[in-house]
Design a protein. Sequence first.
Length: 158
Amino acid sequence: MGEVIIMLTEKETMFLNDLKNQEKLCIDKYTRYSSQAHDGQLKSLFSQIAGAEHTHLDTLNKMLSGTAPSMAQGKSKGAAPQFTSTYSAGENDANMKDDCYLCTDALANEKHVSSVYDTSVFEFSDPKMRDALSHIQKEEQEHGKMLYDYMAANGMYS
């Protein structure tokens, strides 16, 4: 049995294209930030999130073609990373400042992207499309939690 193609409204298409642009920006930022970060744990975290953002972009492209993706139920793949402290609270190290800046910007970006997905969920009539957007939003929230956890472990979040 073939897949059912969903005819998107103009508004749904607009939202998906906006989300694609957000995901492309996320991929670019996380790829750049991975190369700019000083701490190996942070480099790895940024690379991991960039990979997830690529998956989101692929999902959005499928949705734009009218295919409602089937999303895995439950939590995202893999356990949340556990971070060890590289930096100390109150430390005035240039590397820490650089890494803190990258984390702060990335966390602000995740907050924004999550809110765009939240709004988008309500704009789609097809339940599978809404489920896919909701699933991605949940993963964006998990990215924010991982960034927060890294920052908290390194005295960067107060």
